[in-house]
Design a protein around this ligand. Structure first.
Ligand SMILES: CC(C)(COP(=O)(O)OP(=O)(O)OC[C@H]1O[C@@H](n2cnc3c(N)ncnc32)[C@H](O)[C@@H]1OP(=O)(O)O)[C@@H](O)C(=O)NCCC(=O)NCCS
Length: 174
């Protein structure tokens, strides 16, 4: 991994303002991180399925995992940027961006992801674009179809109107 032991830029900013007590590093996850990754995923309330430490990079603050992200392979050969999570008290410091940028730099195109519609703008910064179903790989088209079907039920039950958006990056380079 290119930035395996890189001090995240956002954390340098914290140090300059005098509020920094410990640096935060990006590194590959180890087996010992599995429970902390799982806890972080549950804390931020995103999909807890397919959390396997060996596919993750993590942001580490003196042994505390404050950020995560993985590349999840699908049976059709497509690869998904997934489990992007930052501890609530560390959000807005550039950790999520450093994780996404590192995963994108590590992996060949194309890459896919899915997210709630309110996060679409976040991923556009990294070159991801919303895809029409015809442009999605079969695995993500299936997830999209299920989410679309369920969204009618959720809207009726909870009044929430969030859509799931499937995004892709670099399909033209494949
Ligand atoms: C979404 C999340 C991963 C972002 O990580 P983060 O470390 O807080 O974000 P960063 O500090 O790297 O944000 C960098 C920039 O993106 C912007 N941004 C953050 N969330 C955004 C959103 N939903 N839409 C558009 N821009 C967004 C920030 O304003 C910031 O812009 P700036 O650099 O111009 O100030 C984090 O907030 C999180 O864990 N959320 C809960 C879990 C989640 O929704 N994960 C995504 C699953 S698909």
């Amino acid at each position: 991994m290119r930035s395996c032991a890189a001090l995240l830029p956002a954390c340098r900013r914290r140090a300059e303002t005098g509020t920094m007590v410990r640096p935060i590093f990006l590194r590959r996850a180890t087996a010992a991180d599995q429970s902390q990754i799982m806890a972080l995923i549950r804390t931020v309330g995103i999909n807890p399925m397919g959390i396997q430490w060996s596919r993750f990079i993590v942001a580490d603050e003196s042994g505390r995992i404050v950020g995560s992200g993985q590349i999840k392979p699908h049976s059709d050969g497509s690869r998904e940027v997934a489990s992007i999570a930052v501890a609530p008290e560390c959000q807005g410091m550039g950790i999520g961006s450093a994780i996404v940028a590192t995963l994108v730099a590590m992996e060949p195109a194309p890459l896919y992801l899915y997210c709630a519609d309110y996060n679409e703008g976040y991923y556009r910064q990294f070159g991801f674009r919303a895809l029409a179903p015809a442009d999605m790989p079969p695995s993500l088209r299936r997830i999209h179809a299920i989410a679309h079907a369920l969204s009618h039920v959720l809207t009726t039950v909870s009044g929430q109107t969030h859509r799931l958006v499937v995004m892709g990056r670099g399909q033209d380079q494949a």
